[in-house]
Design a protein around this ligand. Structure first.
Ligand code: WT7
Length: 647
């Protein structure tokens, strides 16, 4: 085994860092030994209308799981992200917007942000939206997306953002799923020199799920269909709206947003996050994990359609009065130096991206990076999937010049923000490890066979959490039983992450990937069951099984085994048709990488598909198929291997 190098924080960095090693130790211990005291003090990061006196009231005990933090506190999230900064930093840039077009960018001050959010909150009200109503956002990466989120928070409406890469079908399911009263969208979403017709997609979605009011931002000026009484032009309504809309006082436990995410079974779940605990978690992790200091320019390259964008483009940075950069484009357009050009142009201090982007850029070598002045960078972050050491090293050496700490942050839509992560002035890093728990986080590794905690330092098994943290999701929207069943039933008394994990002799955590039927494609979670149900919805398909396989750039690719109806012909045209079909049903992010014809699928006698075998075949690993004797018809495996090799 090659030796794993450890990178301690540089002394110069530690000098200015918020948290050093000793502080990490003592704060971590305080957070575990005295959660009430620790979190009542941390809650002072936020501005409360009514300060909480009840701090933690949580139980993971099956089946009565209940999670409440700061339950008698009152606050407004938009007031925390905007209003409270007006006294001290009205003219500071809140949002730097970098357009898809490299020649266009804008700076939005906190004062301007306040005006836009207040106006939009009044527009929502004029459309009949109030506290507790749901608003779906289906938007490009433009400042109006930030306004739309914060305006929801201002009036106590709950947003549910649907990534603009999702299809009309997927959008319709999410609009219907939360019974949204309004959709905020735009004419088009430009990205990488191309455009997604958002409003046309919304029209198609409404044809499926029934009419809902829309508010349409003009982004490109493209001609769109506007239905009288249903569709409203954003700029027209904003023109007359007042810049004064009082912030609705909300209970800390009132929901802030829903975000749909794929699981191993069934339709995507609406992950529900709270106002108080979530905001505190986003703000605190943003400041500490990125060592954010006053005046820094922070850039998270995610899309607001994912949780990373919620927590680290909008809520965390703005709660901290930061300058946050919002990027509409893609890393490879107009050329593969775009990220570095943006870092140079806006003097970015903290840069946060995904391993898939690093690998894609690494493939183009050092030159596009070295062309740019990256001297402003102080901290580099990664998130979304395990980062392979080669990509970590390239990030460190080529982008960070070997002198910037790398924070590999492990977390999930469900966790609200970072749980396992280096703190850059405190924790030595190792390439590929998310290192140690953040404050208040108690990771445990369970033996999947017995469900028992593995108590030795070195351990391998499934990753669970022993107790709650303020940023934890509170429920599955409209289905608390599903929440309990998904996260608290396999291992009673624990939150089950769905990830496998190893703990090394130093107590460092190494995520080994999902242990359920969820795959991670370019840092995006995809339920294999979802792709399967899209495939079997096609009239030619009788059965489908989908697994992940290692992919150089995406981390995992989507591998589909498809059995056709009797009389259907296995042709290349059909293969292409099925690929397009899945894109239409779910969206381009679910595009199958391989479709393999499978005259039969390996099943047990009770009819269960043996995915372990399908994964091995997809990986081209035929030596390690394991025990196939329990198969109803072992010969199907030979056929699949033949098919795989002759493809
Ligand atoms: C899953 C969560 C959290 C925002 C982005 C994805 C994987 C995430 C890491 C990391 C190894 C990681 C896990 C997790 N994951 N970050 N640093 N190292 N794996 O959010 O769509 O909710 O997916 O992403 O498998 O369970 P998500």
């Amino acid at each position: 085994m090659t030796e794993i190098k450890t990178y301690p924080p540089a002394p110069d960095f530690v000098k200015n860092a918020h948290i050093d090693a000793a502080t990490y130790q003592s704060m971590y211990e305080a957070s575990i030994n005295d959660p009430e005291g620790f979190w009542s003090q941390q809650a002072e990061r936020l501005t409360w209308d009514k300060a909480p006196t009840k701090i933690k009231n949580t139980t993971f005990s099956h089946p009565d799981v209940s999670i409440k933090w700061f339950e008698d506190g009152e606050l407004n999230v938009a007031a925390n992200c905007v209003d409270r900064h007006l006294a001290t930093r009205p003219d500071q840039t809140a949002i730097i917007w970098e357009s898809d077009d490299p020649s266009v960018s804008r700076h939005i001050t906190y004062l301007e942000l306040s005006e836009q959010v207040n106006k939009l909150a009044n527009v929502y009200k004029s459309l009949g939206i109030g506290k507790g109503d749901r608003i779906v956002l289906y938007m490009p990466m433009i400042p109006e997306a930030a306004y739309a989120m914060l305006a929801c928070a201002r009036i106590g409406a709950v947003h549910s953002i649907v990534f603009a890469g999702f299809s009309p079908e997927a959008l319709a399911a999410r609009v219907g799923g939360c019974e949204a009263s309004l959709i905020v969208t735009a004419d088009e979403a430009p990205r990488g020199g191309r455009s997604t017709p958002l409003k046309t997609n919304v029209d198609k979605a409404l044809a499926i799920c029934g009419d809902v009011k829309t508010l349409v931002v003009e982004r490109t000026g493209a001609d769109v269909n506007m239905v009288e009484g249903r569709d409203h032009a954003y700029h027209t309504l904003m023109a007359h709206a007042s810049t004064d809309c009082p912030a609705e006082p909300m209970n800390a436990e009132d929901p802030l947003f829903i975000l749909y995410t794929s699981g191993s079974t069934g339709a995507p779940k609406g992950v529900l996050h709270s106002s108080g605990g979530y905001l505190l978690w986003a703000a605190m992790t943003h400041e500490i994990v990125f060592d954010y200091h006053e005046g820094d320019i922070f850039w998270c390259t995610a899309d607001v359609g994912w949780v990373t964008g919620h927590s680290y483009i909008i809520y965390g940075p703005l709660a901290n009065g930061a300058t946050t950069l919002m990027f509409e484009g893609v890393p490879t357009w107009p050329d593969v130096g775009r990220f570095w050009a943006v870092c140079e142009k806006h003097k970015v201090n903290q840069f946060y991206t995904a391993p898939t982007a690093i690998r894609a850029l690494m493939a183009h070598g050092k030159e596009p990076v070295e062309k740019h002045d990256l001297s402003s960078l102080k901290v580099l972050g990664t998130v979304g999937e395990p980062i392979n050491p080669e990509a970590w090293n390239w990030y460190n050496e080529t982008v960070g010049k070997g002198t910037r700490p790398i924070v590999d942050t492990w977390w999930q839509t469900e966790t609200g923000g970072h749980l396992l992560t280096p703190i850059p002035g405190a924790i030595p890093t190792k390439p590929g490890s998310a290192t140690l728990p953040f404050f208040g986080v108690q990771p445990v590794i369970l033996d999947p066979a017995t469900g028992e905690e593995v108590t030795t330092t070195e351990a391998e098994g499934v990753l669970c959490m022993k107790d709650s943290w303020p940023g934890q999701m509170r429920s599955v929207y409209g289905d608390h039983d599903r929440f309990v069943k998904t996260y608290f039933s396999d291992y009673k008394g624990y939150y089950f992450s769905g990830d496998g994990c190893r703990r090394d002799a130093d107590g460092y955590y190494w995520i080994t990937g999902r242990v359920d039927d969820v795959i991670n494609v370019s840092g995006h979670r995809m339920g294999t069951a979802e792709v399967e149900s899209a495939l079997v919805a096609h009239p030619a398909v009788s059965e489908a099984a989908v697994v992940g396989f290692p992919h150089d750039i995406k981390g995992q690719g989507i591998y589909c085994y498809v059995t056709l109806m009797d009389g259907e012909e296995y042709t290349d045209e059909l293969r292409k048709e099925l690929r397009d079909w899945v894109r239409k049903e779910i969206g381009p992010i679910a595009s199958p990488d391989h479709i393999q014809w499978a005259p039969g699928l390996p099943k047990t006698r009770s009819g269960k598909i043996m995915r372990r075998i399908l994964r091995k075949i997809a990986e081209n690993d035929y030596g390690a198929l394991g025990d196939t004797s329990t198969l109803a018809d072992p010969s199907v495996v030979e056929d699949l291997i033949d098919n795989r090799m002759n493809k």
